[in-house]
Ligand binder design. Structure first.
Ligand SMILES: [Fe+2]
Length: 289
């Protein structure tokens, strides 16, 4: 691909990296992102998961991957129009054939991240292939996400992760502190505050770090999407503050919320460093935080 091609058009606005927004892109006709080529990638990929996509909005996200269809990956992909499946490929950036394309897209995104005085950490590429009518239930992820719709239609519902009517303080503490989605649950009430993005080929959406989302495929066509995810140093700080809050609550101290005091946040970041480098030195749960 010509590196001067504008992969993402109009990505910069006042909200970049802080709030979800949509954008346009020019990736949909790229030969490596067509279904037949992606089937070959899926069959050689060491990092692939697949399960039923015939889920309800209310399905707890953690349990979705347990819902198997009984089909092999070959059967699933060869019959993707009717297999009712969700297939996702992880670490696409490591595949020799896809490396250049993904690095070009990541470099494009990184330029935007730098424009906003931040850094891109742990960039990863994912590809999602979903049967018509598939649903990805309400959930959150530990990253920011540039989501490129390549083929088919999707309705994407997004919420602001800083809205305390949607994400409670204790939910944030469980999510960041012990990586639990147990309190991250869909309700009809939350739909009133959802922002709806109708996605088709060449549309994209940016999810800010840990924004809740729910994805519903169109009923007519197979969908292909590409996600580039990453964290920024500011995202790591948010994670660390919630993690310390979770620990404080565990020992009986009611912690102040993250938005209340910059000084307290700084103190919690110091405490995090101390705890991580002393008591929890060998715990993998603290390695990434
Ligand atoms: Fe997600």
């Amino acid at each position: 691909m010509n590196k001067s091609t504008a992969l993402i058009q109009n990505p910069v606005d006042d909200y970049a990296l802080k709030r979800h927004h949509n954008f346009q892109h020019s990736l949909s006709h790229h030969p490596l992102l067509q279904l037949e080529e992606l089937k070959k990638l899926a069959l050689r990929s060491p990092k692939i998961r697949f399960h039923s996509a015939m889920l309800k909005r209310t399905q707890p996200f953690d349990t979705a991957r347990e819902l198997q269809t009984g089909m092999t990956i070959e059967e699933t992909l060869n019959n993707i129009e009717a297999s009712g499946s969700f297939v996702y490929l992880m670490e696409v950036e490591k595949d020799p054939l896809y490396r250049d394309l993904i690095q070009t897209i990541m470099a494009n995104i990184e330029k935007n991240v730098h424009r906003h005085d931040s850094k891109m950490c742990k960039p990863k590429a994912w590809i999602f292939i979903t049967s018509p009518g598939g649903v990805t239930p309400y959930h959150r992820d530990f990253n920011a996400n540039y989501f490129f719709q390549i083929k088919g239609q999707k309705t994407l519902w997004l919420w602001d992760h800083t809205d305390r009517e949607i994400v409670g303080q204790e939910e944030d503490e469980a999510f960041h502190g012990v990586h639990s989605l147990a309190k991250t649950l869909y309700t009809d009430e939350k739909m009133k505050k959802a922002v709806k993005y109708e996605m088709g080929p060449s549309s994209g959406a940016f999810f800010s770090y840990t924004d809740p989302h729910l994805v519903e495929n169109g009923s007519e066509e197979v969908s292909i999407s590409l996600s580039i995810t990453f964290l920024t140093p500011e995202d790591y700080q948010v994670k660390r503050i919630h993690k310390i809050n979770q620990l404080l609550r565990k020992v009986g101290i009611i912690p102040s919320d993250i938005g209340k005091s910059k000084l307290l946040n700084q103190m919690k970041l110091g405490l995090h460093w101390l705890v991580k480098h002393t008591i929890y030195l060998k715990s993998p749960d603290w390695e990434d935080a």
